[in-house]
Design a protein around this ligand. Structure first.
Ligand SMILES: Nc1ncnc2c1ncn2[C@@H]1O[C@H](COP(=O)(O)OP(=O)(O)OP(=O)(O)O)[C@@H](O)[C@H]1O
Ligand SMILES: [Mg+2]
Length: 385
């Protein structure tokens, strides 16, 4: 029996209307798209081609004008989906006055994770995205790329089965870009389903199994990346450097055996990405100081199969397909909260905290007191009794 697709769009159209309900823009036009479990699908298309609108409809943030959408066999607005989906929006929607730890704690609470699990996941995710040295700074002070990194950590806090990333590497440096690609590949190995919207075609080539190209809200091309990019007109052999006379002999052999010619002999250059990574790795090895993001760590342990993390409490009970909480004993990457010197007193609890969540703030005296207290009350209000 065929399994239920993770995402299925059937004849979906979205028309934005103005105040008088006159059609203003047809963002998506009769779109049919199916995403199966374990696929990494790249959604491509020029600016304004309907990628973000499609994503928002999949997430239940926008309603289609026509057509049907099913996510894991449910309507996009079904609340049971929320715990199984991670979303990195095109624009950062993080609270400016929270720091990285507080942000992840906040989202962890929305998924009813226990205090211990929130701390564990926040620690490993912050390390994974290279924000350890900025973990106690308010997000208002973050650079665009740092906010993007934290946004990605936030999208992963619930260890989602479906991850939707809208231009995840926009504003990121090449190291972070490479890490995101590695992370996506790791999640792909783990069998997660990912929809990736990007303008960086190389990114799609490196990580996606299938791609869909939109134009004017319509699907123009769709298929397996390998198949779409395959060409039967050329073939390359990669060998260690050869002398000119050997190349000549090979050319003669090819002509004799197949009646064909060598079209090009070139010495591949190092990729700029590799050069950049080498230069930065050198600076990091020398201990050159930076107030920005660093290289980041390995993929957070709870996102890999070896982890023994606890499950999201609101996980869809009907699904029964959670791969969280596997029994192996793999150690977590070490992140010792006490080893980082915060730039100011963190609002989050001290290390000797217990699970009672009586995290009364110590009343920080910085500029952001009002907003921070408001948010803290908001967070506390959502907490378990
Ligand atoms: N809230 C809105 N109100 C009116 N029109 C909108 C709205 N959101 C999007 N559109 C229109 O819908 C079309 C598709 O926009 P969308 O944001 O989905 O494109 P995109 O493919 O994500 O583009 P980009 O690559 O620039 O992010 C555009 O013509 C845009 O102007
Ligand atoms: Mg967009």
């Amino acid at each position: 029996m065929a399994s239920t697709p993770v995402i299925q769009l059937s004849g979906v159209t979205k028309t934005f209307r103005d105040f008088w309900l006159r059609p203003r823009a047809r963002a998506v036009n009769d779109l049919h798209l199916k995403v199966e479990a374990g696929e990494v699908v790249g959604l491509l298309g020029p600016n304004g081609s309907g990628k973000t609108t499609t994503i928002k409809m999949i997430l239940g943030l926008l309603f289609p004008t026509r057509g049907q959408i099913a996510v894991m066999g449910k309507r996009p607005t079904d609340v049971r989906l929320k715990a199984r989906v991670g979303y990195l929006p095109e624009e950062s929607t993080l609270y400016r006055f929270l720091n990285a730890e507080e942000t992840l704690d906040f989202y962890g609470r929305l998924f009813s994770l226990s205090r211990a699990e929130r701390r564990r996941r926040a620690g490993t995710l912050i390390e994974m995205v290279g924000l350890e040295s900025a973990r106690y700074r308010p997000i208002a002070e973050y650079s665009k790329g740092m906010q993007r990194r934290l946004g990605l950590a936030q999208a992963l806090i619930n260890d989602p089965d479906l991850l939707i990333l809208d231009e995840p590497t926009a504003g990121m440096d090449p190291i972070a870009t490479r890490q995101i690609k590695d992370l996506i590949l790791e999640l792909r190995r783990r069998g997660k389903t990912i929809v990736l919207c990007t303008h960086l075609l190389g990114e799609v080539e490196d990580v996606c199994s299938r791609l869909a190209i939109l134009f004017g809200g319509r699907l123009r091309s769709e298929g397996a990346v390998e198949k779409l990019l395959e060409t039967n007109e050329r073939q390359s052999l990669v060998v260690e450097p050869l002398t000119a006379s050997t190349v000549e002999k090979i050319g003669a052999l090819i002509e004799r055996e197949e009646g064909k010619r060598i079209l090009e002999v070139e010495r591949p250059r190092q990729r700029l990405e590799e050069l950049f990574l080498q230069v930065v790795a050198g600076a990091e090895e020398e201990g050159v100081a930076t107030s920005g993001a660093t290289g980041g760590g390995s993929v957070a342990a709870f996102l890999t199969q070896e982890d023994s993390g606890e499950s999201v409490a609101t996980h869809d009970p009907s699904g029964g397909d959670s791969d969280l909480g596997s029994p192996s004993q793999a150690p977590l990457p070490t992140s010792a909260p006490g080893t980082h010197v915060p730039s100011r007193s963190p609002v989050s609890d001290t290390d000797n905290d217990n699970d009672n969540d009586n995290d009364n703030d110590n009343g920080s005296d910085n500029d952001h007191t009002v907003d921070r207290e408001f948010l803290r009350r908001l967070v506390d209000g959502s907490d378990e009794a």
